[in-house]
Design a protein around this ligand. Structure first.
Ligand SMILES: Nc1ncnc2c1ncn2[C@@H]1O[C@H](COP(=O)(O)OP(=O)(O)O)[C@@H](O)[C@H]1O
Ligand SMILES: O=C(CO)[C@@H](O)[C@H](O)COP(=O)(O)O
Length: 587
C-alpha cells in the first residue's frame, strides 16, 4: 500500500452494507461488509434484508438496522487496520427508490452526535417513520394508475420522468404513505432517498438528493431539470406542493465536489481526518456504471438481488417499458436501465427445487450452485436437442414482476424452434410440471436474458467496426457485457447470458464481483476530490483504470448460430408475455 490518500465507497443494498477502500490509482486496499440476515436477522426479524406485509404488498427495511450496520462495518474496517485517517473522500451507492423519513429533531440530533455512543442510540428520535420502503414493495398499483393518468399517459410520464409509473418509485410510495399515515407525513421534516440518507449520516446534516438517483422517483422532470409541479401536486395534494418541495429539498446537480467535511462523530470514533470530505452518494445502479470506463455499446448486467441491465448513452429515448436516469457524473449523458425483481432470489428458488445431488458429489458439497450449473450447461439452448425439437420458454416470477407487470406465478410454453410459430402453454398434468426441474435451471436464465434482449434491441447496433471478432457483418448486439453482483461469480450464468445477448468482444466479470457498486462509489469519491477543473469522470478514471487485474473474460459472448437460435424465438417470447399479461396483470 502506498501512503497517499485513500477513498471510501459504500454500497447499502438489499441484503448487505459493503465498504471498499481504494487508492488514487484505483487499487483496492481494503473492504468489509455487514450481511443483514447474518448480523441482524434475529434482532430485526428480517429475511433477505427486508420485512414483508403480504396482505398489502409492502416490503420494507428497518432504518435502525442500517444505522447499526454503519457502525459495524466501520468497526470491521478498523479491525482490519485500515488507515481510516488517510481517507480523503467518501461516496457511495445505495439501493434505489427507498425513502427515509426524518423527524423535526433530525438536524439537531445529526449535528450533535457523540462518539461515545452509537448511531442507533442517538438517532432514535431522528425519524418520523421507523422503516424505509424497499424497491421490492408492490403496494402502490392505485397510485401508479394515478401517476400514469396525471400527465395523460404512461408514455408522457416516461418522457418527463424517464419512467412510466412503478410500484417502487418514491413518488408513488410517498403518496401512499401520506394517505395511510397522515400524522407520520405531517411530522416529517425531510424525505431522503437511501443514498442521501447514508450521506447525511456522514455529513451530520440532511444531504441533498442526487441528480441521478432523483430520476428513480417519478417526480423529477428530466428534460425540465426540476421537480415536476403536477406530479408533486398529485403526490401531496393541491395545497401540499410547497410542503413536499421543502421535505424533498434541492437536488444537487453536481455528482462530484464536496458536500462538506465528515462529521466529528466519525473523526473521534473511527479516526477519520478533518480533511475527509463527503461527496454526493448515488443509487447502486448509477454507481455500477462508474465501476469501469463504460464505452457506448458496452452493457452491464448486474446479478444482485435484482437483475439489472445497464448502458450509458448520450441519447434520451424514454419508453414505458424501461428507465432513463441522468448519468451520475456527466451532464448530457444518460443511463438506460431494465430492472427485474425476479433476479437472484428467483434463480435461488429454481436451484433449491432441483433434485438433491448424491452425498458424494464433492462439487455440490462446496458450491451451492454446482448442481444448478451442471444442469444449466448440460441443457442445450432452448432445450432443443435437434432442429426439429420444440423450443422451451418460461417465466419464473416468484414475486410480481416489474416489466412485464405480471403477478407472481410460473408459466411454461413451447413453440416451433425455427421460427417461434405455434406457441402453446404447457400446463401441469396431474400435479407434474411440464418439464423436469433440471431443465428449469437453463430456462430461467434464458428467460431473464431474452427479456433483456427484447427490451434493449433498439439501443444496440452492429458492433462490427472495431470488433475483435473478425466478422464484418455482425447482428446488432452489445460490444461487451460486464457482469457484476453476487451472481457474476457463476460461470454457467455467464455462458447463457452471452449465448442469448451476444457481445461481440465477449462477456467479462469484474474482479471485485459483488462489490462493483461500492467500487463505483469509491471511484466517484476519487473523481469528486481529485478532478482538475472541467475534468470528467470518464477522463480521470479512463487515465487511471487498468484492464488487467480489474476484469476477467468469462465467456465468448456472441456465438454464430446460437445467437440466431434465440433470435428465432424472440417474437414468441414477447407473445408469451403478452398472453400471460392479459390474464395475470398486477392489480
Ligand atoms: N455463485 C453464484 N451463482 C449465482 N448466484 C450467486 C452466486 N453467489 C451469490 N449469488 C447470488 O447473489 C445474490 C446477492 O448478490 P449481491 O450483489 O451481493 O446482492 P445485493 O447487492 O442486492 O445485496 C444472492 O441472492 C445470491 O443468490
Ligand atoms: O429497484 C432497483 C432499480 O430500479 C434495484 O436494482 C435496487 O436498486 C436494489 O438493488 P440490489 O439490492 O439488487 O443491488
Amino acid at each position: 500500500m502506498s501512503d497517499g490518500p485513500l477513498y471510501l465507497g459504500f454500497d447499502l443494498s438489499t441484503q448487505q452494507l459493503k465498504a471498499i477502500v481504494v487508492q488514487s490509482d484505483l487499487q483496492v486496499v481494503a473492504d468489509a461488509k455487514v450481511d443483514f440476515d447474518q448480523d441482524f436477522g434475529a434482532k430485526y426479524g428480517i429475511k433477505k434484508g427486508v420485512l414483508v406485509n403480504e396482505d398489502e404488498g409492502e416490503v420494507y427495511a428497518p432504518v435502525a438496522m442500517w444505522l447499526e450496520s454503519l457502525d459495524l462495518v466501520l468497526q470491521r474496517l478498523q479491525e482490519k487496520n485500515t488507515p481510516l485517517n488517510r481517507i480523503r473522500g467518501i461516496s457511495g451507492s445505495c439501493q434505489q427508490h427507498g425513502s427515509v423519513y426524518w423527524s423535526r429533531q433530525a438536524e439537531t440530533l445529526l449535528g450533535g452526535l457523540q462518539a461515545d455512543k452509537t448511531l442507533v442510540d442517538q438517532l432514535k428520535d431522528a425519524f418520523s417513520h421507523p422503516y424505509g420502503p424497499n424497491w421490492q414493495d408492490h403496494s402502490t398499483q392505485n397510485q401508479c394508475d394515478q401517476f400514469d393518468a396525471k400527465l395523460g399517459s404512461a408514455e408522457r410520464l416516461a418522457e418527463v420522468t424517464g419512467s412510466a409509473a412503478h410500484h417502487r418509485f418514491t413518488g408513488t410510495q410517498i403518496m401512499r404513505l401520506r394517505g395511510k399515515l397522515p400524522d407520520m407525513y405531517a411530522a416529517t421534516s425531510r424525505i431522503s432517498l437511501v443514498s442521501s440518507f447514508l450521506a447525511s449520516l456522514f455529513l451530520g446534516t440532511v444531504a441533498p438528493i442526487d441528480i441521478s438517483d432523483a430520476c428513480g422517483m417519478n417526480l423529477w422532470d428530466i428534460p425540465g431539470n426540476n421537480w415536476s409541479e403536477p406530479l408533486l401536486e398529485l403526490t401531496a395534494g393541491k395545497d401540499g406542493v410547497a410542503e413536499l418541495r421543502s421535505k424533498l429539498g434541492e437536488v444537487r446537480q453536481d455528482g462530484g465536489g464536496s458536500m462538506g467535511g465528515v462529521n466529528s462523530y466519525f473523526q473521534t470514533k473511527y479516526g477519520f481526518s478533518a480533511d475527509c470530505e463527503v461527496a454526493p452518494f448515488t443509487g447502486d445502479n448509477p454507481a455500477t456504471i462508474l465501476a469501469l470506463p463504460l464505452r457506448p455499446l458496452d452493457a452491464i448486467v448486474s446479478l444482485g438481488t435484482s437483475t439489472t441491465f445497464l448502458m450509458s448513452t448520450p441519447v434520451y429515448k424514454p419508453d414505458p417499458s424501461y428507465h432513463f436516469f441522468n448519468h451520475p457524473t456527466t451532464p448530457g449523458q444518460y443511463m438506460f436501465m431494465l430492472c427485474y425483481k425476479n433476479g437472484g432470489l428467483a434463480r435461488e428458488k429454481v436451484r433449491d427445487a432441483l433434485p438433491k445431488p448424491a452425498a458424494a458429489d464433492a462439487d455440490a458439497a462446496t458450491d451451492p450452485w454446482a448442481t444448478f450449473n451442471k444442469h444449466a450447461l448440460a441443457t442445450p439452448p432452448l432445450d432443443m436437442h435437434s432442429d426439429t425439437d420444440r423450443a422451451k420458454l418460461g417465466l419464473y416470477f416468484y414475486l410480481p414482476e416489474i416489466v412485464p407487470n405480471i403477478r407472481a406465478g410460473t408459466w411454461r410454453y413451447t413453440c416451433n424452434g425455427t421460427d417461434g410459430s405455434n406457441l402453446q402453454e404447457e400446463e401441469e398434468k396431474e400435479g407434474k410440471q411440464a418439464w423436469p426441474a433440471s431443465t428449469d435451471a437453463r430456462t430461467i436464465v434464458e428467460s431473464q436474458a431474452l427479456s433483456m434482449r427484447l427490451r434493449s434491441q433498439n439501443l444496440v447496433h452492429s458492433p462490427s467496426s472495431g470488433s475483435s471478432s473478425g466478422s464484418s457483418v455482425l447482428p446488432a448486439q452489445p460490444r461487451r457485457i460486464y457482469l457484476v453482483g453476487g451472481g457474476s461469480l457463476n460461470p454457467a450464468i455467464a455462458r447463457i447470458i452471452g449465448d442469448v445477448l451476444g457481445a461481440a468482444d465477449g462477456v467479462y466479470k469484474l474482479d471485485v464481483g459483488g462489490n462493483a457498486c461500492a467500487l463505483g462509489g469509491a471511484y466517484k469519491a476519487v473523481w469528486a476530490r481529485e478532478r482538475a477543473e472541467g475534468e470528467t469522470f470518464d477522463e480521470l478514471i479512463g487515465k487511471r483504470w487498468k484492464e488487467e487485474g480489474a476484469i476477467q473474460k468469462v465467456g465468448d459472448g456472441y456465438r454464430e448460430g446460437v445467437f440466431q437460435r434465440y433470435g428465432n424465438v424472440l417474437a414468441a417470447f414477447e407473445e408469451m408475455e403478452g398472453r400471460i399479461l392479459k390474464v395475470a396483470k398486477n392489480t
